[in-house]
Design a protein around this ligand. Structure first.
Ligand SMILES: Nc1ncnc2c1ncn2[C@@H]1O[C@H](COP(=O)(O)OP(=O)(O)OP(=O)(O)O)[C@@H](O)[C@H]1O
Length: 214
């Protein structure tokens, strides 16, 4: 039997008196790539935030690799997410951020291919720049390069294609496809069907998870 990377049962979230998620169910089996689609405001980010443990639901159960999200160091070792925007360390360059991420996760920066990752994401000539000086698309490229440099078993990505030009989208789609081919699991939200399909993701509409509309 296939094991679940993510299992969501009966998830409900309201903001004040407005229900946003009502009895949502979702399973992502290990090794699968699932892309949540749906109109603005339908609740995709809310769902990803709950699964990333960054928000508590009003009702329902979430399991990530068989346990509650966010409660253990093992969760954060297994799960890499861009649901929260990154914090940049003052005075550290893009390359130093990449080296720091590798070091924090116990992997050798050279073996992990920091320079290759910066090159692949079109950031080689910005490796010695501090992230706040980068354009919004370059910051997004760096955020994704950092996520993909560190070891993980599950990526949770909220519209990773945002702010990327066509080349950037193609690079990120290829890297997600490689991550899946290497046995990783991916859950993302996206408005770009071509990007999602190039990344090898299976689309699922929020309305199918969410039969009762707010
Ligand atoms: N902190 C909050 N307080 C109140 N309402 C919120 C909050 N966060 C989200 N909402 C509302 O919940 C609904 C779902 O928002 P959410 O960001 O989850 O949607 P989404 O599907 O990710 O949208 P988009 O495609 O625009 O990113 C929206 O109507 C939004 O206004």
């Amino acid at each position: 039997m296939q094991r679940s990377a993510i299992s969501v049962r009966g998830l409900s979230v309201s903001y004040g008196s407005t229900p946003v998620l009502v009895d949502v169910n979702l399973t992502v089996v290990e090794g699968a790539g699932v892309c949540i689609t749906g109109e603005n405001g339908i609740g995709k980010s809310t769902l990803l935030r709950c699964i990333s443990s960054l928000q508590s639901p009003d009702a329902g159960e979430i399991e990530v690799f068989g346990g509650p999200p966010g409660s253990t160091p093992e969760f954060w070792r297994a799960v890499a997410t861009t649901v929260e925007p990154p914090t940049w360390y003052p005075g550290l360059t893009a390359r130093e951020h990449a080296e720091l991420v590798c070091r924090a996760h116990g992997v050798d920066a050279e073996e992990s291919g920091v320079d290759e990752a910066l090159e692949r994401f079109g950031l080689a000539s910005h490796a010695d720049a501090i992230p706040p000086s980068l354009s919004s698309g370059q910051k997004q490229r760096l955020t994704l390069a950092l996520i993909l440099l560190r070891p993980s078993k599950l990526l949770i990505l909220d519209e990773p294609e945002q702010r990327l030009d066509p080349d950037g989208r193609a690079t990120v789609a290829a890297m997600i496809a490689e991550y899946l081919a290497g046995g990783g699991s991916v859950l993302m939200a996206s408005h770009d069907d071509a990007f999602s399909s190039a990344a090898g993701m299976s689309p699922i509409s929020m309305t199918d998870l969410h039969p009762v509309q707010a």
